[in-house]
Design a protein around this ligand. Structure first.
Ligand code: SF4
Length: 342
């Protein structure tokens, strides 16, 4: 847990790597060399197994555990940074149709501290899941945020290693990476918080990724949020492989929400994820791309919800070039389209 040196050669100083950003040719997300976990996998999780934290009543985790009477929806919060009023306007649109609102930690866009965002989401009527990344905070500050998130009463924490900071964003400022995602998951579980973890089914080394989910579960994860892939069949194969590797936790699968050129291309540029490019082009060429994008997202969500082991969907992406509120309204229409009503 306390090894802050990490694997030699890993710019994120991970011990339980690799991160989700390994490039398709197996080069590092951050440097030009080969990812140091491709040829020499990380050790299996070495900490003590974390006992599961009881989900909060009526939370996304509780809904996932119950017999599925309706789709479980985790919606990305795309909000203007350092703008509490803007955040509240988006929450008011999305909270009624979401079991959880996922606050991000963006590599290119600093924002208010996670605990402040979570408190604002709760106050506006939302159920926050807060992403916490290891990039910008040392272990002491991560512990502070975890204690703060527990105190304000978030439904859970998505524990990620984090993307490297975007080029030109706060140049010269150090990137911390005292911990990695699995070790942060253990820390969060020890703080009494329900923990979600990400995984990227199509990021190299693909064959190691299913066992990583089982390892993250041993570290304390109770939910796995999958990154975008091209087809639901890929999700089905990944979940089955993770089950074979020992993972028993529920999965939430990503749905790409876009209705115009910018919102589509932003998703396509992210490392470690794939999009159904033919569907993207069909949506962008449609006479009414907004309606076509919503229909495509609804279809993708329905197909993903039919995959065994997938308990819900994560409505993800910018959704619209027309601003955060316009994007929130698009996501709310997608949620309604799959039967998640207020
Ligand atoms: S791709 Fe990620 S895990 Fe691999 S060496 Fe680079 S930063 Fe480390």
């Amino acid at each position: 847990m306390d090894d802050v040196r990490g694997r030699p050669g890993c710019p994120k100083r991970m011990v339980f790597g690799p991160c989700g950003g390994v490039r398709v040719d197996e080069r590092c997300e951050v440097a030009e060399h080969r990812c140091v976990f491709v040829d020499e996998p990380a050790p299996a999780w070495q900490g003590p197994p974390s006992p599961p934290v009881p989900p909060r009543p009526d939370s996304l985790l509780a809904a996932a555990a119950a017999a599925r009477a309706r789709p479980v929806v985790l919606t990305d919060l795309t909000v203007p940074p350092f703008d509490r009023a803007g955040l509240r306007r988006v929450v008011e649109v999305l909270a009624p149709v979401s079991d959880g609102l996922l606050a991000g930690e963006h590599a290119n866009r600093p924002d208010l501290p996670p605990t402040v965002v979570a408190a604002e989401v709760l106050d506006a009527g939302g159920r926050p899941w807060t992403t916490l990344a290891c990039r910008d905070r040392n272990r002491v500050v991560l512990e502070q945020e975890l204690a703060g998130l527990a105190a304000v009463g978030v439904d859970g924490v998505l524990c990620v290693t984090g993307d490297a900071r975007g080029p030109g964003v706060r140049p010269g400022v150090t990137q911390v990476f005292d911990l990695d995602g699995p070790r942060l998951a253990a820390l969060a579980a020890a703080a009494g918080l329900p923990v979600a973890v990400p995984e990227s089914p199509v990021a190299p080394p693909v064959s190691l990724r299913p066992a990583r989910v089982a390892d993250k579960q041993r570290a304390g994860a109770q939910l796995c949020v999958l990154n975008h892939v091209r087809t639901p069949a890929q999700v089905a194969a990944f979940v089955a492989a993770a089950r074979d590797a020992g993972a028993t936790l529920p999965f939430v699968a990503a749905v790409a929400v876009y209705t115009d050129e910018r919102s589509a291309r932003v998703l396509q540029r992210f490392p470690g994820l794939q999009m159904d490019d033919a569907t993207v082009e069909r949506v962008l060429a449609a006479p009414d791309p907004r309606s076509a994008g919503i229909a495509a997202a609804v279809a993708e969500a329905r197909a993903l919800l039919a995959v065994p082991g997938v308990v819900g969907v994560n409505l993800s992406g910018l959704a619209s070039d027309g601003g955060e509120l316009a994007g929130a309204r698009v996501k709310a229409e997608v949620a309604a389209g799959i039967g998640r009503t207020a």
